[in-house]
Ligand binder design. Structure first.
Ligand SMILES: C[S@@+](CC[C@H](N)C(=O)[O-])C[C@H]1O[C@@H](n2cnc3c(N)ncnc32)[C@H](O)[C@@H]1O
Length: 347
């Protein structure tokens, strides 16, 4: 197999990235920091960022599946074209990736996380995922709101109680959701937790003006935050990317760090919605199809699990996306699940 061809059909062209924005001119946007660099010789943890060989085979298989069934990839094509037409996100200057990565302590990434999410070699542990994230989100939710995804993020903050003093966003990615919460709840400290140093590096730069937003490099299932510290925990578009075991661990961690009476706000994509993103690899697509929010959050000790929609559709969407093959709309949907930590819960 010619590995150099695995992927480019569905992911943004690398030439779209201006070298001056990305920095690190010697490496491609998805390659790890140079292992020949002596600074890394003493940091074996950075081997975690090497793209595993099997990523290219997985991406190739995903693209093959999409090519064999064109309606299954209708939204992937729409999003790719929209991203290519957007201006690059403003990172406030060139990023010296190697230097910034050096500041992160090693993390043991679980197997479910070390996948080529969205057909990007390296998945979340890549520059490409981080640099394109805001552009991808704006493209995906363009029809959803006059301000696209950033407008939708503002709508989501309605579930974060006004009086909140401490809010934790698990799987914060580039932190655009957490930054919106921080702006709309200016009296709160907002902490964005993510396992990917790449996402944090890009995110803190693109949200550099938000003073009450902090960053924490950790797994969502082991945040290291103290029991009962948070008025609200938000989790947006993360659980569909997790194994069933990780979903439960993350739900339990959210319950642990919530104050009694605190609220969990989960926003995610309908369960069968990933069927028309073929080509855009989603390793846990099948597990997501069986997601049961009541079972999950009640198992974590939360109560009052309730489900609503913020953007059309339902948790159980019809797989009508396939029928709309010629449409230039993504018709994306987003649902919200809230749950509460019981008032009498022990800390
Ligand atoms: C699709 S992005 C969503 C980002 C963000 N919540 C948003 O609304 O844009 C998924 C993010 O979750 C992070 N993530 C996934 N599993 C995680 C875990 N177990 N612990 C911490 N971060 C995780 C990834 O690194 C990635 O940045």
């Amino acid at each position: 197999m010619d590995r150099s061809n695995a992927g480019p059909a569905f992911i943004p062209p690398v030439h779209h990235l201006a070298a001056k924005q990305l920095g690190s001119p010697s490496s491609s946007s998805s390659s790890p920091p140079s292992q020949n660099n002596t600074r890394y010789a003493t940091r074996p943890s950075h081997q975690h960022y090497q793209v595993p060989d099997n990523h290219f085979d997985i991406i190739s298989d995903e693209i093959q599946a999409a090519l064999l069934d064109p309606p299954s990839s209708r939204r992937t094509h729409i999003i790719r074209d929209r991203i290519a037409a957007l201006e690059l996100t403003d990172f406030g200057g060139a990023i010296d990736w190697e230097k910034e990565l050096m500041a992160f302590a090693p993390l043991d990434f679980p197997e479910y996380y070390r996948q080529p999410f969205h057909s990007v070699p390296g998945g979340w542990l890549s520059k490409r995922a981080a640099v394109y994230n805001r552009m991808a989100m704006q493209s995906i939710y363009r029809e959803a709101h006059p301000h696209s995804c950033s407008g939708l993020r503002g709508d989501l903050v309605q579930w974060v109680p006004m009086h909140s003093k401490f809010v934790v966003d698990l799987g914060t990615g580039d932190g655009d959701g957490a930054a919106t919460t921080a702006k709309l709840r200016p009296a709160a400290r907002v902490v964005g937790v993510d396992a990917s140093p790449f996402m944090i590096i890009a995110g803190r730069r693109q949200n550099r003006e938000v003073a009450n937003l902090e960053w924490r490099h950790a797994l969502a299932e082991r945040t290291g935050l103290s029991d009962g510290c948070a008025d609200a925990v938000t989790i947006t578009l993360v659980l569909h990317e997790c194994s069933d075991e990780a979903k439960l661990d993350i739900a339990r961690e959210a319950a642990r760090i919530l104050k009694p009476g605190g609220v969990l706000v989960v926003a995610d994509t309908p369960q069968d919605d990933l069927a028309t993103y073929r080509g855009f690899y989603e390793p846990h697509r099948e597990a997501w199809a069986k997601f049961d929010p009541h079972a999950l959050f009640e198992a974590a000790g939360l109560v009052g699990v309730s489900q609503t929609t913020i953007l059309g559709g339902d948790l159980k969407a019809e797989a009508d996306q396939r029928a709309a093959f010629e449409s230039g709309n993504t018709d994306n949907r987003l649902f919200v699940i809230t749950a509460t930590k019981p008032e009498h819960a022990k800390l």
